[in-house]
Design a protein around this ligand. Structure first.
Ligand code: ATP
Ligand code: NI
Length: 334
């Protein structure tokens, strides 16, 4: 696991994103991300899980300066020494996106040019991002190997590749700028289980080499396979955060438990009802309206902020034997 004292590559604190609907927000305000905090250190794979629309992609976009024009940001986010939320577009484009932060997009094939081989596209990424290298072709083959691709795959056009191979091409391209952080937004959507495993295993290997990975996914089974840490997001907030084995082994927030119950191993029990509208979030714990345990045990305090208990953080639902209740001032993932 992580060595203590390693400083975070990415540190997010109290980050909120609002979208104004209509001029001045007169038609409503979407609370897409609320007071989110986490830290990401070398060697960690942090899986950000939660149902569709809870704010995962908006959170990722906000870190990279890719929010739509009606988005408003508050809080703090640092990439090493760089203040991401105050960085200029020029800095974000030149130093962050594709460089310090490698992006593995959803449906990779659609981000590739159909008329050129994937090898040519990978070599071009190397030429652009590593102009100092004498032999970009050789480096492209090396990157492909690190992403689990045989050199032969590079001769193909995107449409000739399976979804799993296309995702690995995307991983290879994301590695071209030697990023310290990899951000993968639903990299396994539409893949069958063995391919899901191969893609996420590749991400885990990169973390083991010292990179930090933020894996955004609906897929708790994939998260269970490779994540060192889990952040569970519901209706714009992180409701639970901690070491993956502990959070998945003994979820404290009933939403985490409900997500696990919807897996094959949990009996495929769907979560009844729908998440609240992000334009009209309730006060307090947003999950209460759907909660199988409400009113129940552990009792819901209704406080939607994360509270810290040792290495774990949970909102609204203190563990049964809570040693101490303290609002998390920061979100050190240890
Ligand atoms: N420009 C925008 N204006 C208003 N609302 C927006 C805008 N962009 C995104 N949203 C809303 O923000 C919320 C969060 O969306 P987001 O894409 O982050 O969800 P997600 O968790 O990534 O879902 P999925 O798993 O389906 O990708 C959604 O309700 C979405 O409709
Ligand atoms: Ni998304």
């Amino acid at each position: 696991m992580t060595e203590l004292g390693t400083s975070p590559l990415l540190a997010v604190d109290q980050l909120s994103v609002r979208f104004l609907l209509g001029p001045g927000g007169r038609r409503g305000i979407v609370h897409a991300v609320s007071e989110v905090g986490f830290e990401l250190r070398p060697g960690q794979v942090l899986a950000l899980v939660g149902e569709s629309g809870c704010g995962k992609s908006v959170l990722a976009a906000s870190l990279l300066g890719l929010l739509p024009a009606n988005g408003q940001l508050r809080g703090a986010a640092r990439l090493g020494e760089l203040d991401l939320l105050r960085a200029t577009e020029r800095t974000l484009a030149a130093e962050v996106r594709g460089r310090d932060v490698g992006l593995v997009p959803q449906s990779a094939a659609s981000h590739l040019t159909p008329v050129r081989t994937v090898g040519a596209q990978l070599v071009e990424a190397v030429r652009t991002l590593r102009p100092e290298l004498d032999d970009p072709e050789a480096h492209a083959v090396e990157l492909a190997a690190r992403a689990g691709l045989a050199p032969d795959a590079l001769r193909h056009y995107p449409h000739e590749l399976s979804g799993g191979l296309a995702q690995r091409v995307a991983v290879a391209i994301a590695l071209a700028g030697e990023p310290r952080v990899l951000l993968a937004d639903e990299p396994t959507v539409g893949l069958d289980r063995p391919l899901v495993h191969r893609v996420v295993d590749t991400l885990a290997e990169l973390a083991a080499e010292g990179k930090a990975v933020l894996l955004i996914t609906h897929d708790l089974a994939a998260a269970r396979r490779v994540a060192t840490h889990i952040a569970v997001m519901y209706a714009s907030r992180i409701v639970e955060l901690g070491p993956a084995a502990e959070v998945l082994g003994e979820p404290w927030h009933p939403y985490t438990g409900a997500l696990l119950g919807a897996l094959p191993g949990g009996g495929f029990r769907p979560i009844p009802g729908n998440p609240p509208e992000l334009t009209a979030l309730p006060e307090g714990c947003a999950f209460c309206a759907r909660c199988p345990e409400a009113p129940g045990y552990p009792p819901c305090t209704g406080d939607p902020r994360l509270h810290r208990y040792g290495e774990r953080y949970v909102a609204a639902h203190p563990p049964i034997e809570a040693p101490r209740t303290e609002v998390a001032a920061s979100y050190a993932v240890r």
